[in-house]
Design a protein around this ligand. Structure first.
Ligand code: FES
Length: 104
């Protein structure tokens, strides 16, 4: 699939949900850049884009698992599996994420 346009860079606040081809992604703005994860928690069904941010981590709103926003790694139970991360680039005024075919 390749690079997919998400939004204008100025529209990117601290969190943005992005739906594309029946999938949901969560983009987070940290001090050193923008990062993208699967929006759906790896534990059960809940949206990480609706979670609280804390020190580079996002806390799932349903049961409180914490994930590292840069790596998708679990930092707090009950989730045990990481969430997938996606490369992000800002080109000109636009934010893109890279979605590979094999991830679908
Ligand atoms: S659904 Fe996210 S921690 Fe349970």
């Amino acid at each position: 699939m390749g690079w997919v346009r998400v939004c204008a860079e100025w529209e990117m606040k601290s969190v943005r949900r992005f739906d594309h081809a029946e999938r949901s992604f969560a983009l987070f703005r940290l001090p050193d850049g923008i990062y993208a994860l699967d929006d759906i928690c790896s534990h059960e069904y809940s949206r990480l884009s609706e979670g609280e941010l804390w020190r580079g981590q996002v806390m799932c709103p349903k049961h409180g698992s914490r994930f590292d926003i840069k790596t998708g790694k679990v930092e707090g139970l009950p989730a045990t599996r990481p969430v997938h991360t996606y490369p992000v680039k800002v080109e000109g005024e636009l934010v893109y994420i890279e979605i590979e075919d094999e991830e679908w």
